[in-house]
Design a protein around this ligand. Structure first.
Ligand SMILES: N[C@@H](CCC(=O)N[C@@H](CS)C(=O)NCC(=O)O)C(=O)O
Length: 266
């Protein structure tokens, strides 16, 4: 079947550029040159505590793109949100371009890739396709770490807490040898950094009231998390009262991670 016979859907078409403007040499294809989104109005549908929202905000900030934020209450989802978020989750990026119907992108990794492909300027991915794919793999690893951290933070029993702690530390053991420093892959801040920064923020918040020991014995991860915590895009990606709101949320979820004397004290 000839793929070129079907034009891309209207919302994927870019004025003045063919849809497959990438360049291939010896089977290795470069991505098309980023297309400026200056004509697009970007709105991020968010929840303040969400680490997936934060990674999108970090990417938007690093790329110096103007965007608006709309907060939604996930406990009482408005009808408009249910319509634009097929999985019922945040973040959703609304992209409004002149002459086009708004498009709602869901899934944070997809949002990051869209920004990478459309916003000119500093890239958050390596140029080499293999390195880029490797970074995407570690972004997925970061999502799995977040899932383990959620189990840690919301554990309702010491046994659940200990199991989650072991899962996080097992992943951190693997991650420790991958990090070059000061950022994940050396001197260039990347999308992998944007993914892990919100995870370390969660650990920092719990550590303030009850040391988790999650980073004990991982000097590269400790240095990386400190560098991330001081990066302006990372600091600005969460509200100033993030720590207290996050801890209150965990308390409300019946977390034992905040209790003094739990095994997470190490
Ligand atoms: N894979 C999604 C995960 C997003 C996600 O889990 N968001 C949470 C808030 S942090 C959410 O919206 N949860 C609502 C639900 O699961 O119903 C992404 O990367 O965007």
């Amino acid at each position: 079947m000839d793929d070129t016979s079907n034009p891309p859907p209207a919302f994927l078409r870019v004025e003045g550029q063919s849809a497959d403007a990438g360049l291939c040499v010896d089977g290795v294809c470069a991505l098309p040159e980023p297309v400026a989104t200056s004509a697009a109005r970007l709105t991020l549908i968010s929840v303040p505590l969400c680490p997936y929202v934060q990674r999108a905000i970090i990417a938007l900030t690093e790329k110096e793109v103007e965007f608006e934020v709309i907060y939604v209450d996930l406990a009482d989802r408005p009808a408009w949100f249910r319509e634009i978020s097929p999985l019922g989750k945040v973040p959703v990026l609304r992209v409004e371009r002149d002459g086009h119907a708004p498009v709602h992108l869901f899934e944070s990794a997809v949002i990051l890739e869209y920004l990478e492909e459309t916003v000119p300027g500093r890239s958050l991915h390596p140029a080499d396709p293999l390195e880029r794919a490797f970074h995407r793999a570690w972004m997925e690893f970061g999502s799995q770490v977040l899932a383990d951290l959620w189990r840690f933070g919301s554990a309702g029993s010491v046994a659940d807490l200990d199991a989650a702690r072991q899962a996080v530390r097992a992943k951190f053991t693997r991650l420790e040898v991958e990090v070059t420093g000061p950022w994940f892959a050396g001197a260039a801040f990347s999308a992998v950094d944007a993914v892990f920064a919100p995870a370390f923020r969660q650990i920092d918040a719990i550590d303030l009231v009850n040391p988790t020991s999650l980073l004990d014995g991982f000097p590269r991860l400790v240095a990386w998390s400190r560098a991330l915590a001081s990066r302006p895009s990372v600091r600005e990606a969460a509200p100033e009262d993030y720590g207290s709101v996050y801890l209150a949320y965990l308390r409300g979820a019946g977390s034992v991670a905040l209790d003094a004397g739990n095994p997470a004290r190490g």
